[in-house]
Design a protein around this ligand. Structure first.
Ligand code: COA
Length: 445
């Protein structure tokens, strides 16, 4: 059976930058450490007036196709994952295909196109769809283009405003991939929850504190189901563990939970016991509250151990570098975390070929999924061309007034001048609305 996975990846960041630790914190009168340390964020990427989920997705896909020398005939599927869609019928993938057809001779008329929705986990679900399509043999030698694109904007003043972000990631899924092979084994944790939703509204209704707890509960459930399929999951089995990263502080919580859970009953727990004792076992307690208090105290001590700190620094911290600078990209976030780790390993000159990643995705509403990936021999060539660091460095830094104006530009309820802060070059741009309310796009040289 041939291997199936991600062959190539490209990222497109929104062109604007809102500094959280200075501009945003100053305006709110907050301690910058709340952002830098508490949430773990330095800045958000935001879309300029001529950018939206279509332009960012199409630009990421275009760059990927150019780099890989792919033509429309090579692509049998275009799956777009987003939770920022502006149309309940026409999928974003048709707009993206339309953009790409402006610049290629061929077309995507024989490619199956769709749009996936399940909050932030939809990007991973789109990878699954592509994997299953190829595994079923329906691809007939063609690859799938998966695009996760979002403008993660919150209502002004919502606690989530500090975690905003905008960008797209395009992934080419194919047989014999160059970057990572996806495992068939998967663990799911899924339940009917109302932690974050957009009932026919642009900005989300969020119960932020609850969403943090639901994320942890569902991820634990997913990890347990994966463990049941693969006999054991140990934290040192994986070179990196990219998690869905709404903000790095969330990953700090889930990583500690996952580490505690997976070292239980292992030699690592025995070694840690010299310093902090063994983990509390529920059977030792008369009631659940007493057990949970003991677990919390154990985790507070575990977090401070050398073994945990070294593991976190090696296997989790590198996954967060991009997120700290761009914020939450919803459906793209876990895939940006994977790229972040691989870029870090590449710049450190590490050889990861054959190593494994454990990938933890989450979408509010709510569902978590965990699976393993194996880094392929061609990973360095596949990752070295990704230019996200340059894009981050070249963003236009907004003043607070400018941030307010660009938030209004992207607010469907407001009719304000579309003042832009940067000049587009060799990319797709939003070009107004057509007679049926459709969005129109053009490529600018
Ligand atoms: N120095 C250091 N840390 C500080 C700080 C300071 N001056 N002030 C606050 N913090 C820490 C808090 O202790 C907290 O960390 P902890 O959770 O580890 O204790 C963190 O910063 C956030 O502070 P908090 O007061 O909880 O922030 P908030 O009320 O503004 O909201 C969210 C945080 C996550 C609820 C909010 O950003 C949100 O709603 N986000 C959108 C939903 C989301 O992303 N959910 C995640 C699952 S998908």
């Amino acid at each position: 059976m041939s291997s199936i996975g991600i062959d190539a990846v490209e990222i497109w960041s929104g062109k604007l930058e809102l500094e959280l630790t200075t501009t945003f914190a100053d305006e709110k009168g907050d301690d910058p450490e709340k952002y830098a340390d508490g949430l773990g964020l330095h800045a958000s990427s935001l879309p300029d007036a001529y950018e939206d989920i279509v332009t960012m997705g199409a630009n990421a896909a275009h760059r990927l196709m150019e780099r890989e020398g792919i033509t429309p005939d090579d692509v049998g599927r275009i799956d777009v994952a987003t939770e920022s869609s502006f149309d309940n019928s026409k999928p974003v993938s048709t707009y993206i295909a339309g953009c790409l057809e402006e610049v290629y001779d061929g077309d995507f008329h024989h490619a199956n196109k769709g749009e996936r929705k399940f909050a932030c986990i939809a990007g991973t679900q789109s990878l699954d769809d592509a994997y299953n399509w190829i595994r079923a043999g329906r691809n007939r030698g063609r690859a799938a283009l998966v695009v996760a694109t979002d403008t993660a904007l919150y209502e002004r003043g919502d606690p989530g405003e500090a975690t905003q972000g905008a960008g797209a990631i395009a992934m080419l899924v194919d047989e014999d991939p160059s970057l990572v092979e996806l495992s068939a084994a998967q663990g799911y944790g899924s339940a009917d929850e109302t932690d974050f939703l957009k009932p026919n509204q642009q900005f989300p209704s969020v119960d932020g504190k609850r969403s943090v707890q639901v994320y942890l509960d569902r991820m634990l459930e997913a990890g347990q189901q994966l463990e049941a399929q693969t006999a054991s999951v140990h934290p040192t089995d994986f070179a990196y563990i990219p998690f869905h990263t709404p903000f790095p502080g969330m990953v700090r919580k889930v990583a500690l939970l996952g580490f505690r859970h997976t070292v239980r009953g292992t030699e690592m727990e025995d070694a840690l016991a010299d310093d902090i004792g063994f983990q509390p076992r529920e059977a030792e307690f008369d009631d659940r509250d007493a057990y949970e208090t003991a677990i919390r105290e154990y985790m507070d001590e575990l977090r401070e151990t050398d073994a945990y700190e070294a593991w976190y620094a090696d296997r989790i911290e590198p996954t967060l570098a991009l997120s700290r600078e761009v914020g939450n990209w919803y459906t793209g976030s876990v895939h940006v975390a994977r790229v972040s780790a691989l870029l870090d390993a590449h710049s450190a000159g590490e050889d990861l070929a054959g190593d494994r990643l454990l990938v933890g995705s989450y979408g509010s509403g709510a569902q978590a999924e965990m699976h393993a990936e194996t880094v392929m021999d061609g990973w360095q060539d596949a990752i070295r061309e990704v230019t996200i660091d340059d894009q981050i460095a070249n963003r236009y830094e907004l003043s607070f007034d400018e941030y307010e104006s660009i938030h209004d530009v992207h607010n469907y309820e407001k009719d304000v001048p579309r003042t832009r802060f940067t000049t587009p070059s060799a990319e797709f741009v939003f070009d107004g609305w057509g007679p049926m309310g459709e969005r129109q796009y053009r490529f600018v040289e």
